[in-house]
Design a protein around this ligand. Structure first.
Ligand code: NAD
Length: 353
């Protein structure tokens, strides 16, 4: 039997356990997995593009456990009353090939993305950062804001979204969460005096959410840019001049050169994979005046970590409060008699007729 965590189960687990505590644990779990980066199978995700968006499969394995996520990215969806990003994922045992966990991953992705952002910022942001600009206040926004507040001590969020309703929603939710929020009047206003800038906008084009001039004017020295909305070919957020003069950090360069802000740069451009900073192999921020960019696109190892963390929590907490068991995999008593399962149903049908 496979454990199945649906959206209500996942939301209940988050509410019972505490969102901030899960994110904080996830940061540590991600760091541990990023430090053993060479142990993972890695490949750019398999993307199926259409005019409206993309559907992607994200697999990885550490030799003992295999994971994959199905995720979509459709910025047009919110105009249809649907979400931009939805996902589900599977964890399986490599030894048998049998899946053991099937989980919703729309919420889990928001949690792991926030935790990944914090992991990067912990290594790259200017010391003492207290103010974060948050540009794009859709589905990911509250998770990002809470994660930075809890794990990095960010006490002020300067928020901006081109959609006033999304901005209203965020300001209301963030105030209820006890965050100090400034409702900015534009991207340039949002980034004024910020030490960290998170861009999480959704637009299926090469947008320029931040221009190089804007960043020069608004910041008085170093800044860390946590750019997570540019995650598809032809879908980026940053002015290329800003990208070029920044120190660039990515998850997995081979995938990021296809999907990230660096898709506009030649493959020879110097970028650092985040795991190298976490293991101490490569430097992170080297000066207070530096602009660091975490060009986040989301990588399979992060989903592996999130699913493994959830699986371990379900082991600990036991009971069926957070999952049900489903027969996802056929398990005939005689493994060579798969037909028996159909025959059993035929017998039931005949008996019931
Ligand atoms: P969403 O559609 O719920 O929210 C995006 C928000 O951006 C919307 O409110 C929209 O009005 C706003 N926006 C669009 N253009 C803007 C602009 N120029 N300036 C200011 N605001 C603007 O999407 P979401 O689920 O919050 O995801 C945000 C982005 O992050 C998406 O592009 C998604 O693909 C990406 N994402 C990345 C990762 C990762 O691991 N890197 C994970 C999840 C989502």
């Amino acid at each position: 039997m496979v454990r199945f965590v649906d959206v209500h189960h996942l939301a209940r687990w988050v509410a019972d356990t505490g969102l901030e505590s899960i994110i904080s644990d996830l940061v540590d779990a991600l760091e541990a997995d990023f430090r053993r980066w060479p142990a993972f199978d890695k490949a750019p995700r398999l993307a199926s593009h259409s005019g409206d968006g993309v559907i992607e499969l994200m697999p990885t394995s550490d030799g003992g456990t295999y994971a994959f996520k199905f995720v979509n990215g459709h910025p047009v969806n919110t105009s249809r009353g649907l979400q931009t990003v939805t996902a589900f994922g599977v964890l399986a045992d490599v030894a048998t090939g049998y899946p053991r966990l099937l989980s919703e991953m729309t919420l889990l992705t928001a949690l792991r993305t926030a935790a990944t952002s914090v992991m990067a910022a912990r290594a790259l942001a200017p010391p003492g950062a207290g103010t974060m600009a948050l540009i794009g206040t859709g589905a990911q926004a509250e998770f990002q804001a809470l994660a930075f507040h809890r794990c990095l001590g960010i006490d002020t969020i300067r928020a901006w979204d081109t959609d006033p309703a999304a901005l209203d929603k965020f300001v209301t939710n963030a105030a209820q969460l006890g965050l100090d929020v400034v409702r900015a009047t534009g991207a340039d206003d949002a980034i004024a005096g910020a030490h960290i800038i998170t861009t999480c906008t959704a637009d299926k084009r090469n947008a320029t959410v931040l221009t190089d001039d804007m960043v020069r004017r608004a910041t008085d020295g170093g800044v860390h840019i946590n750019a997570l909305g540019g995650d598809c070919p032809g879908k980026t957020e940053l002015d290329i001049e800003l990208v070029k003069r920044s120190s660039l950090f990515v998850e997995y360069a081979e995938q990021s050169f296809i999907e990230g802000e660096i898709q506009h740069l030649p493959r020879s451009w110097p970028v650092t994979e985040l795991w190298q900073v976490l293991t101490g192999d490569r430097p992170g921020r080297t000066s207070p005046d530096e602009i660091t960019v975490f060009d986040s696109v989301g990588f399979a190892v992060e989903d592996f970590t999130a699913l493994s963390y959830l699986d371990a929590a379900l082991d600990r907490e036991g009971g069926d409060r957070y999952f049900e068991r489903i027969e996802l995999v056929a398990e005939p008593a005689d493994p060579k008699n798969l037909f028996q399962l159909v025959e059993d149903e035929m017998t039931v049908d005949v008996a019931g007729a």
